[in-house]
Ligand binder design. Structure first.
Ligand SMILES: C[S@@+](CC[C@H](N)C(=O)[O-])C[C@H]1O[C@@H](n2cnc3c(N)ncnc32)[C@H](O)[C@@H]1O
Length: 302
């Protein structure tokens, strides 16, 4: 089954989209500024004889055309973390300050948790939740290697996230980097669509709605929530936002994305969505030569 064909009506340069989806992605690392500077990390890569290329929008993200991200000394020391370029967008959009309290609702294995910690200078608190214990072990090990200490970890279903251990205190921000059908990762995992089914998309959309609703509930008035997926299916993207707009008082806000993107879609498969979903961003692989992604920011009214 040609899953991506269902999105032909959404993507204006269809042949460029299809060609990009067939090209493999280079390895990418993010420099961990809790342990080093971008300049020192580049010098360490040079000393190891590892070639790197800069990306235009983020000076701490480096492509490694000839190397695996995890097979070098700067990685082991916690100076680098392997993270797909487009996956660095949600923390940048969330834009937390040092001292904030942030809930990372679906956090493992912690690429974005540790990026958030770096943006917060390891100050304040991040509560990182995941319902998968094995993946939480990977998060703990990444956090330790990268020197993150402003972290509490909870193993629970994010839809029922409890504020009790945190004295009922609401968060300044929440990130829902949702479990999804992963269509946008096809360049990294060419087999990813082999298990695709509409039933899975519909089922996971139900979980996404519950997690986003809980994220909005536990964020303080005036706080913000970022919702992201690595998939193209509007059922898992705009339809989830439409649900949140209907069920909660949160509203979408406009964001200037540092990468080229297309607006969220307001119609799909006979359904129409609140027109403000156009404030969301669809990042297609051919636009910036990256993986595919979806990201949106909501504000909880003060
Ligand atoms: C896209 S991955 C998160 C990637 C992570 N944010 C990162 O950057 O490393 C989605 C995660 O959601 C978790 N998950 C799925 N359903 C969940 C639920 N109901 N509650 C909490 N976590 C859930 C999965 O175990 C998975 O680790």
């Amino acid at each position: 089954m040609d899953v991506l064909q269902r999105y032909e009506s959404l993507v204006e340069d269809w042949s460029a989209f299809r060609a990009a989806c067939r090209r493999p992605l280079p390895s990418v690392v993010r420099v961990n500024t809790l342990k080093t500077t971008v300049e020192r990390a580049k010098e360490a890569l040079q000393a190891e004889g590892i070639a790197y290329e800069e990306v235009k929008w983020h000076d701490g993200i480096l492509q490694l055309p000839d190397a695996n991200p995890g097979s070098n000394w700067p990685y082991v020391q916690g100076w680098l973390h392997g993270q797909e370029e487009v996956s660095a967008l949600p923390p940048v959009v969330l834009d937390p300050d040092p001292g904030d309290r942030v809930w990372d609702a679906t956090a493992a294995p912690g690429s974005k948790t540790t990026q958030l910690a770096a943006l917060m200078d390891d100050e304040g608190q991040i509560v990182a939740t995941d319902n998968n214990l094995g993946r939480l072990s990977a998060l703990r090990s990444n956090a330790e290697r990268l020197g993150v200490t402003n972290l509490a970890v909870t193993n629970e279903d994010a839809r029922n996230h409890s504020l009790k251990p945190f004295d009922g205190e609401h968060y300044d921000h929440a990130l829902v980097d949702a479990p999804c059908s992963c269509e946008g990762t096809i360049r990294k995992n060419p087999d990813t669509l082999e298990e695709w089914s509409l039933d899975h998309v519909t089922g996971i959309a139900g979980a996404q709605k519950g997690i986003l609703r809980r994220a909005i509930e536990v964020t303080r008035p005036g706080g913000t929530v970022v919702y992201s997926t690595c998939t193209f299916a509007p059922e898992e993207n705009e339809a989830v936002l439409d649900f949140a707009l209907e069920e909660t008082a949160a509203r979408l806000v406009s964001v200037d994305l540092p990468l080229e993107s297309r607006p969220g879609v307001t119609e799909w498969d006979g359904e129409t969505f609140d027109t403000s979903v156009e404030k969301a961003h669809r990042v297609y692989p051919h636009l910036n030569d990256t993986g595919g992604f979806f990201v949106a920011k909501l504000e909880v009214p003060a």
